[in-house]
Structures are given as C-alpha cells and as structure tokens.
Design a protein around this ligand. Structure first.
Ligand SMILES: C[S@@+](CC[C@H](N)C(=O)[O-])C[C@H]1O[C@@H](n2cnc3c(N)ncnc32)[C@H](O)[C@@H]1O
Ligand code: SF4
Length: 397
C-alpha cells in the first residue's frame, strides 16, 4: 500500500474545518454471523490484544499531523466486537488518545458490545476507562430468530446484558434488525415492545439486508416480502413515536438529547479519523477533502505496521463525488440539512447540485426553501432512488 493523491484536485476552498470524530476499529468476533459484511473475523486462538492496542496507538501517532490541534468531539470503538477487549486495554487506549489529542470536555465515548462477551466487572471497568455510551447488538429478543441469525446469545442473555449495561451506563443503545428470516409483522412488533420495555435512551432498527460476501447471500434464507417488511417498518416507527423516541435518522431513534453525536457527525458530513484494520477516514484540509482506508485484513495491518510500512491508502475526493457523498449522508436525516452546510462542508456552491435537486423536487422526493433542504416522506421511503440522482453521471444505474 502506498500513499497517493488523485491527480485532479477538486479546487475546493474551506473557510473552516468541520467537527472531528475518532473511530477505532476492533476487527474480531467470537463467531462470524452469516449476514454480516463488516470487517470482522472469527478469533482463531488468542486475540493479539496487546499488539493490537500498541499498533492502534502508533497508527494514531502517525496520523496526528493530519489533525493537528483539532478538538475531538466523539470516540467510537466499533467492530467486530470491541467488548472482547479487556477494560484495561480500553483504558490504555482512552488515556493514549487523551495524551495525544484534545478531547472535548463532554466527549461522547461509545463502545459496541455483544451479549455473551462481558460481565458486570468488565462493564464497570469500561465506565471507569471513560466510556460513557454503550451500544449493544441485541438483533432480536426472539430465540428462534437469534438462532437463525447465528448469534452466540439467546433472549435471556440479551436481557441480562441490558440489565448489566444499565447498571453502569445511563446512555445505552440497542441494535435490532427486522425483516428477519421467517419473521412475521407480529413478531417484529413483539421485538419493538421488548426493546421499549428495556427502557434505553437510543434504539437502532436496521432492515436486514443480504450483503454480497456473506453466507446468507450465497444461501438466501426465506425473508419477508416487501409489503411485510414495509408493514414492520411502519409498526416500528409508530410504536417508537408513541413512546417519545425521536426518529432522527433512517434507522435511529433517540430520547431528546440522546442522539448519537458520533453518527450525527457522519450524517452531517463531518470529519473522522479512523484507526485500526480497515478503518475509513474522511479528513478536510483548507484546500481539499481526502478519504483514506487502512489495510483491511487484521494480520496484514499488524504485519505492515510492525515493519513500519504505510497501513493506509488516501485519495482526494473529486467535486462530483463530494456532491454525492454529502447528499448520501445528509439526506438520511429526516430533517435534511441547512443549505449553508453544503458550502461549509464541501466548499462548493449549492448550484453544483442544482440539476439533481430540481429533479428530486419535481419527483416529490425533497422539499426545499432558501434555508433548508430535506427529504419528503416519499424520499425517505425511496432513499436509494433519491440518492441515485446525485451519483456522478458515469456511475448511474
Ligand atoms: C458493526 S455491527 C457490530 C455490532 C456487534 N458486533 C453485534 O453484532 O452485536 C453493527 C450492527 O449492524 C447491524 N447489521 C450487521 N449486518 C447487517 C445486515 N446485513 N443488515 C442489517 N443490519 C446489519 C447489526 O444490527 C449490528 O448490531
Ligand atoms: S458479532 Fe457483529 S460484527 Fe461480529 S460478525 Fe456478528 S454482526 Fe458482524
């Protein structure tokens, strides 16, 4: 892997840099789930915990010149299964981040945890290490569906995990999925009710998708049809609204003030530095915006780092891609974005997106005035069709 820049600069000029977040990827899991396309690998033998922690710190140190002096507003330990790491390792990492970067006083620090991989002591340790938000991968409360999803936990462990989490954290997210193999709308409703009964501050409900490179893609299970999935989606939204959760992103609901700051930063096209195997970064500079990706394979990442070789590839985002990427993030928010944000984040005038915006408006997918642009209910339901309009011409379907 070599550091290289795209030959054609976008010519952007940014008056100010966006807020900055730090993402830390932990790429191992007890077992690979048959639907999962994330950069996660079944542990074989011992986790190289110590080496990985040291490599993450070196990775951050080498990236410091790109983010010099910038305050970090959120940190997210994602996976994979970060809760496979000990509280002592997380403590080492949080301290290393604090020593090298100015973390905001109210920095949100989230850690993803899987039921079946932690106990009370470990959770307390995460809290003491500085983690102040926990995201638990529940997926479903129905033992039949958990089994079909190949999860290592059952419904009892799911509930126990939430109880333990709430003992140490007051800011907890649960990840659930719907449109599961053989799932009925009534079963999806029962999952929402169980999630609501857990009383957490944040809920994410993802439509199960068949991703290439997964077992489910190769051997598709029997999934609910489009109408049944749409009925589930409506039932989930209605129930969560009834209980006072705000639907602030396609798949995310939160109690007021408990929206995930880290994810909101992505959706507002903010900057993020990603460290660890396969982590992505998007970083702005006064005259350009760059994307980079670290080596995906954890062993390769560790070996390259040990030899002192570059672990990332970087490239500048061109003008057409900037328009698409900005829209791909901000139009996921039911509230859309203030028109001024487009210029702030991309350095481009909104006229650069006029043609697709006019078409989206004519098709009833967005509404806009001179202050704000947001997706309509139709645009939210057909988000992919809406985003297609912003694809650089050569890439349109
Ligand atoms: C990066 S995963 C990590 C969370 C954690 N390892 C776990 O699975 O419990 C984050 C979430 O993405 C969701 N997810 C993963 N694969 C998905 C798929 N194919 N379709 C929809 N959601 C998916 C799951 O809800 C999962 O909790
Ligand atoms: S535990 Fe999470 S990250 Fe790991 S394979 Fe399953 S869904 Fe993917």
């Amino acid at each position: 892997m070599s550091a290289s820049l795209a030959p054609l600069p976008s010519g952007v000029r940014l008056a100010q840099l966006p807020p900055l977040a730090l993402y830390v990827h932990m790429p191992w899991c007890v077992r690979k789930c048959p639907y999962c396309d994330f950069n996660s690998h079944q542990t074989k033998g011992d986790l190289p915990e110590r080496t990985y922690v040291d490599t993450l710190v070196t990775d951050l140190e080498l990236a410091l010149p790109d983010v010099w002096g910038r305050r970090v507003h959120s940190v997210f330990f994602g996976g994979g299964t970060p809760s496979l790491f000990s509280a002592a390792s997380i403590e080492t990492l949080v301290s290393a981040f604090r020593a090298r970067l100015p973390l905001a006083a109210d920095c949100e620090i989230t850690l993803e945890a899987n039921p079946g991989t932690f106990e009370t002591e470990k959770f307390r340790g995460y809290r003491e290490a500085g983690v102040n938000r926990l995201s638990i991968g529940i997926q479903s409360f129905n033992p039949k569906h958990l089994k079909a999803l190949g999860r290592i936990h059952d419904d009892g462990e799911a509930r126990r995990a939430i109880d333990i989490a709430r003992g140490s954290f007051d800011n907890v997210n649960l990840d659930l999925m719907y449109a599961l193999p053989e799932q009925t709308p009534d079963e999806a409703r029962a999952d929402v009710e169980a999630a609501l009964a857990a009383g957490t501050t944040h809920l994410s409900f993802y439509h199960l998708t068949l991703e290439p490179n997964t077992f489910f893609y190769r051997r598709p299970p029997s999934l609910p049809d489009e109408d049944a999935a749409a009925a589930m989606q409506d039932a989930i939204g209605e129930k969560l609204a009834e209980y006072g959760y705000i639907h602030y992103e396609t798949s995310a609901w939160a109690k007021t003030g408990r929206e995930c700051r880290h994810n909101l930063n992505y959706w507002r096209f903010g900057d993020y530095l990603g460290i660890g195997a396969g982590a992505h970064s998007k970083l702005s500079f006064p005259d350009r915006i760059e994307r980079s990706m670290r080596c995906k394979d954890p062993r390769n990442y560790l070996e390259r780092a040990a030899r002192g070789e570059p672990v990332q590839e970087r490239k500048e985002i061109g003008r057409a891609d900037l328009v698409f990427e900005f829209m791909m993030n901000t139009l996921r928010l039911p509230g859309g974005f203030p028109v001024s944000l487009f210029f702030e984040r991309t350095g481009l005038q909104i006229s650069a997106a006029e043609r697709p915006l006019a078409e989206a408006e004519a098709r009833g997918l967005v509404v806009r005035d001179h202050e704000r642009i947001r997706p309509t209910a139709l645009g939210q339901s057909f988000l992919n069709d809406l985003l297609q309009l912003f694809l650089p011409r050569a890439e349109r379907a």
